[in-house]
Write a protein that binds this ligand. Structure first.
Ligand code: DQA
Length: 144
C-alpha cells in the first residue's frame, strides 16, 4: 500500500494562492492519483491533516501497517518539524517528499527542508504533477 500524506492548508488547494499552487483542488489531485494507482493495481491510502500530531500518528502507524512507500507533502512543516522528520526517519521504506511549488525559488525560509535528509527523494515545482511524478516513481521503486 502507498500512503499519501497531505499537510496543513493543502485542503484549500484551488482557492489558496492559486498563482502559487494552481487551480487544481486536493480532490482533483487525489482523483488523478487514484486513477494511476488503480491502473497499476496499487492500493492507495490518502490522508490530509492540518495537525502535526495527526501526521506523526499516521506515520507511526505505517510501522504496523502494510505500507510499501510514503508520498508526503509536509507543507509548512517541511521547514521546521523535527518531529515529522524523526517519525519518517524511523521507517525503512521509500519516502518521496513532494511540493507543488519550487520552494528554492521562493522566500528564503522555504529554502530549508528539515525533511529532505531522511527521504529517498524530493520532487518540487511541477504543481499537481509533482504528485503524479512521485507516484509513478514510487510504483517503479516498489515493483523492483
Ligand atoms: C508547499 C510549500 C511550503 O513552503 C508551503 O508552506 C506549503 C506548500 C508546496 O507544496 O509547494 O504549504 O509544501
Amino acid at each position: 500500500m502507498v500512503l499519501v500524506i497531505h499537510g496543513p492548508n493543502l485542503n484549500l488547494l484551488g482557492v489558496r494562492e492559486p498563482n502559487v499552487y494552481g487551480l487544481k483542488t486536493l480532490s482533483d489531485i487525489n482523483s488523478s492519483l487514484r486513477d494511476i494507482a488503480a491502473k497499476k493495481s496499487v492500493e492507495l491510502k490518502i490522508i490530509q491533516s492540518n495537525s502535526e500530531g495527526k501526521i506523526i500518528d499516521v506515520i507511526q502507524k505505517a510501522f504496523h501497517q502494510d505500507v510499501d512507500a510514503i508520498i508526503i507533502n509536509p507543507a509548512a512543516y517541511t521547514h521546521y518539524s523535527i518531529a515529522i522528520r524523526d517519525a519518517l526517519a524511523m521507517l525503512d521504506i521509500p519516502i518521496i517528499e513532494v511540493h507543488l511549488s519550487n520552494i528554492y525559488k521562493r522566500e528564503e525560509f522555504r529554502h530549508k527542508s528539515v525533511i529532505s535528509p531522511v527521504v529517498t527523494g524530493q520532487i518540487a515545482g511541477f504543481g499537481a504533477s509533482s504528485y503524479i511524478l512521485a507516484l509513478e516513481q514510487v510504483i517503479r521503486l516498489i515493483n523492483n
